[in-house]
Design a protein around this ligand. Sequence first.
Ligand code: ADE
Length: 248
Amino acid sequence: MNIPARIFVREGKLIIELPLTNPTGKIRVKRRDETSNYGIPIATRTQALTKDDYVEWQISYATQNPPDESKVEDIVINNNQIGFELTKLLYESIKLGIFSSDDVRELDEFINNVQSTETLEENEKIFRENNLHQIKGGFKRFIEKVPVYIKKNEEIGHFVEIILRHKQRAVGLQAMVYLCIYVEKIKDRDGNSLIGRTANHREFGSFEINLKNKEIIKDVVKAFAIASWQHKNDITNILEQIKRKCKL
Ligand code: ADE
C-alpha cells in the first residue's frame, strides 16, 4: 500500500502533508540505529515518536498516473509522464515567490555543470571485497560495499540520501533519492509537536516550505541532477517548462 503525500497552498503557504502510518509505502517513519547507522522503520501506532525519528520520503517528480494530491497536470515530460511532488514543490515555490529568479538560476547552473563523468548511476560501482575469512562448509566471507551519498542540514532538520542498488530487471545501477525530514520539524493538524506520542489512525504530519527552508527543495533537485543522466535531463526539462509558465 502507498499513501501519497499531499502538497497544496493554503493562505499563501506551501504545505506538505506526509502520512505517518504507512510503513510499506514510499513515505515511512524511521529511527537511526546507533550502531549500524541505518534507519529502521518504526511502528508509529504503538511506539511514541522521539527526536531521533525522521520521515523518509522516496520523492518523485513525474509519473504516468500521479495522485491528485500533488500533481501539476500541464507539466509533461517524455510524452506521458505528468509532473507531481518535486515538480509541484518547485512550481508553487516559484509562484509564491519563495523561489526567486536567482534561486532558479542557481539550480540551472548547477544542473548544467553536471558532467557525464559525474552522474552516479553511470559512474558508481557496487563491489564485493574478499574478507579473507572462511567459515565452515567452505564458505568465504565477502563484504559488499555500496556507496551512499548523504547531504545533511542540521539547521533545517533534513537530509537527502542517494542510495545505489542493482536494477531489478536490467543491467546497471539505479540511484534512489530520499528526502528525510526530522519528526521534530513536523507538526500535527493542530500545529503541535508529534514528539512523545504515537501516531493516530491514518494521521498525517504537516510541514511548511518557506523562505527559511527552501534549501530542502534545492537539495532534492541537486540530488536528482547528479543521480543519473536521465534524471538530470528530466529535471532540466521540468525547470524549463516551469520557467516558461511562470514567465521567468
Ligand atoms: N524515480 C521516482 N522516484 C525516484 C526516487 N526517489 N529516486 C530515484 N528514482 C526515482
